[in-house]
Design a binder for this molecule. Sequence first.
Ligand code: NDP
Length: 259
Amino acid sequence: MTSASTSAATAARGRPLGGKVALVTGGSRGIGAEIALRLAADGAAVALTYHRRADLAERVVERIGQDGGQGWALRADSADPEQVHTAVAGVAERWGGLDILVNNAGINVVGPFEELSVADVDRVLRTNVRGPFLVTQAAVPHLREGGRIICIGSCLAERVVIPGSTLYATSKAALSGLTRTLARELGPRGITANLVQFGPIDTDMNPADGETAAAQASLTALGSYGRASDVAATVAHLAGEGGRYITGAALTVDGGFAA
Ligand code: NDP
C-alpha cells in the first residue's frame, strides 16, 4: 500500500462501506460514474471499468481522490472474457478481495421491431447479457462472505412497455433471470444478488430533453426524470447494512412509471 492509499483507508474507517472493495462496470460516465463516486464517498475502495472513455474514467478517479477516497479505472470490455478476467483479478489482488459488484455497463438500441438487424441483436445482448454474465463469473470466486451483487436493470423489462424497446427490454429481462438465479445459487455462501429496475434517468443514453424525453417524463407519476444520484443512493443502500437481508429482489425506482 502507498502512503496515500493507507491514509485513504484510514479516513474510510467509520463510514458505512469502510474496508469494502467495490467494482462498478461502466463507471466512466452516467449512472456508473455516480455509483462509483457514491460508494467511494461511503468509504469503499472503488474500481471502475470503462470501454472507450479512459479520459472520463480517469476524471472519476480523480474526483474520488480529491474527496479522500480510493479509486482505480481499468479498461475492460465487459463482454471480453480475457479483459474481464484480468481486470477482476487485478482488483482482487490490489485490494485483497471483493465485496460489492455493480453490473452497470449497458447499451440501448431503439427501433421498430421489424427493422432491428442481427448486428443490433448481437451488440445489445453482448453488452447487456454476456457482459454481466462474464463479469459476475469472474468476480464470484473473489467475493467475500457478505458479498453483494447489484445489477442495473430497467422497468422496461417487465413493468412498462415502450414501443421500439424490444431489444433492450429483452436484454434486461435476461438480466433479471440471471440475478434471481444467482441469489439462489450464492445465498448459501452469504452473497446476495439483486436487480434494480430504473425508470428514465438523465444520462447520455437517455437525455432528459427533447420530445421523447418529455413523453417519458409525463408517463411517470412524479412527472420527471430521475437523476443518476437516485440510482446511486439505491445501490448504496443495497451495498450497505440495509441490504443485508435483501436478495433475489427486483426493486423498482422509476418515479411511478409503472404506477
Ligand atoms: P451511458 O451510455 O451514459 O453510460 C454507459 C456506460 O457503460 C459507460 O461508462 C460506457 O463506457 C460503459 N460501457 C458500454 N459498453 C461497455 C462494455 N462493452 N464494456 C464496459 N463498459 C461499457 O448509460 P447510462 O449511465 O444511462 O446507463 C447505465 C446502465 O443503466 C445501463 O445498464 C442502462 O441500461 C441502465 N439504465 C439506464 C436508464 C436511463 O434512463 N439512463 C434507465 C434504466 C436503466 P465508455 O464511457 O467507455 O463508453
